[in-house]
Design a protein around this ligand. Sequence first.
Ligand code: ATP
Length: 768
Amino acid sequence: MRLLQYSESGELSIHSFDDGAIPPYAILSHTWGVDAEEVTCADLLTGNNKAKRGYKKIRFCGQQARQDGLQYFWVDTCCIDKTDKAELSHAIRSMFRWYHNAKRCYVYLSDVSTRKREFDDMLTGIPHRWEPDFSTSRWFTRGWTLQELLAPSIVEFFSREGKKLGNKKSLKLLIQKITGISHEALNGIPLSQFSVDERLRWKEGRITKHEEDGAYSLQGILDVELAPVYGEGAAGAFKRLWGEIGKLERCIQDIRQADPRDDKKRIKETKGGLLADSYRWVLDNITFRQWQEDQDSRLLWVKGDPGKGKTMLLCGIVNELQDSMPQNALLSYFFCQATDSRINNATAVLRGLLYMLVDQRPSLAVHVRKKHNRAGRSLFDDANAWVALTEIFADVLRDGSLGTTYMIVDALDECVTDLPKLLGFVAKQSSASPRVKWIVSSRNWPAIEEELERAEHKTRLSLELNAESVAAAVKVFIQQKVDQLAQEKRYKPEIKDAVLQHLTSNANDTFLWVALVCQNLQGTPKWNVLGKLALFPPGLDSLYQRMMHHISVSDSAKICLRVLAVTAVLYRPVTIAELVALVKQLEDVDDLESVQEIIGLCGSFLTLRENTVYFVHQSAKDFLFAQASDKIFLDSAEQVHWEIFLKSLAILTRTLHRDMYGLKALGSPVKNAEPPNPDPLVESRYPCVYWIDHLCDSKTKSLADRGSNLQARGVVFEFLKKKYLYWLEGLSLYKSVGKGVVSMAKLLSLVQVWHTESVYSYSEGWTI
Ligand SMILES: Nc1ncnc2c1ncn2[C@@H]1O[C@H](COP(=O)(O)OP(=O)(O)OP(=O)(O)O)[C@@H](O)[C@H]1O
């Protein structure tokens, strides 16, 4: 980028700077006069044509910049060498960014005068107003000036005498009236938050000298890049612009696997809502403040035992940052959950973080588009997705337009697949840039500590070492929960006091323990509360143990344990309809209410939200595997996987057929495929995506279980023979083709294992 500078003696000079080393500068916005009177790059380099009228606005810009403490300034007439085609093309593509990055933009209005005022005042005694001239100024009718108004954060307007008229914020009512652009856009809200149609409306009626510029001048406003091809005409330029907008939209849609904002909302609600007074302590915590204020503190690791409130703390921190960060800062976050295969792996974490960044600032998609244009959606979910995502992510974090950026990842310990890779990535990237600040949270796992140790600028916030603050936060939580219970269940004061007392003395600074006991008390009649209190032992595991015992001795033990066993090995939370289809024992329970009741009986471990069954907490699932596996899985977890695999293929064989959504036209885009009502595939969504995973995690890999292997081969062969294409159609309707491809690769490996273990038999002759 070239910049101008006036020396102390008033000498004008021009300097070139590389992208990473551009000093602070002011920028001029104006409308062109007669070409011959504008100062060109050649004029400056040769020192010719010093009498051109165009020097007036250059002098104005230089003086104003100096007054504002800026040494350098940029003027389009002479800072671009328009005779050099490559430079012109680069400048057109960079212009929005140059205006955006300028410290101040001065709009020089050569057709608005303030001096006229004094003259008119003398003649008529009526004060002259510059506003009418301002409203009809040529500046508001030109194409390129739209981005010059929108891109910089400070835009100041000057009359032809160089008198300041105001800025885009102080004049926003007037500017809105003239341009139809909303206050929010003039106040600097990211343009990506306005629809493409609205942004295009702002451009209506504006003209450009070259017809193609109508489209080229919109690229920054619409977050796309368009290399200029003068001569293609307006139609050609707009056609390419639409094409780029379409590609950008597809790219952002393809990155999106799940929106972390929705996951955060869901997690917060499933955990009973966020209590601000139970997390605000962190804002005054010395380690947290150091992370926030110190440039050299880039990675904060929040660590603590299960149920200490890390996830809720991070939800609170996200809210606080959202409210307090500067407008051009970015915030991206991800909440891992081991029980949900959409959000329990390293690739999903990067994809979620990237989605949030690109969604807030679509111009960052330029780093994704190079690869995405070639690979499409499979870039993010094929076997090489991790490698591609880490490269893209590193480019995004290096982007020059990135200001302060916050990256937050909760529950690293719940990243089931490729955690070491994720830790390595966080350690590396958090050391790379002082502009990017990271917070991660996890349990106190030595393996995580070891990896994060490699980060250069890290601090840690241990909840155990901040026991006093956590204890006070838990106390507030207990008080709020007990008030709520007492009010809803109309406790007498002595019962309320006893509950408060029991919770306070046994919670051991563990939020989750309090939440579980209160959930239990919710279903306890008030006459039984005092008797029941003593049955809630301190410590999470003891509490789970008691809950397990309660389920095991109940009349519904058999069915509840089965529901728990199946739910524990599923790869994502399932809807009630999916659960009923997968659990054989629920087949005869034909009404929804009874199923809900059964799930309620497992209530200490499971919870229902919007018809979907979730584990109350990861620690509940951990407990089932570690300490109750003999009770719930009976034989083994692999056996449960095996049964789900068989059940899945039975469901799919029954439900999959040709053109399940009645689309009729082959090749309809899947995004237009609306499920019929009722949806014929309501039970088969889960089996369609996960049957191979269950097969792989069942016993069939082992030669010892030859019988199962033979049975698996037979069932899989039959299924693929009859339903393979319909299965692909199902995957496509569920937008899970990428996952299907990965699953097929897994199946192929499994077949190869069978083969090498001599289970494969040519005489039966089937191949995959
Ligand atoms: N600030 C808060 N407001 C409301 N509820 C809270 C808050 N902090 C913790 N809780 C309650 O405590 C429970 C456990 O908290 P959370 O899930 O955040 O713990 P965690 O430390 O992330 O646990 P784990 O490491 O086992 O995942 C939540 O389900 C919620 O009921």
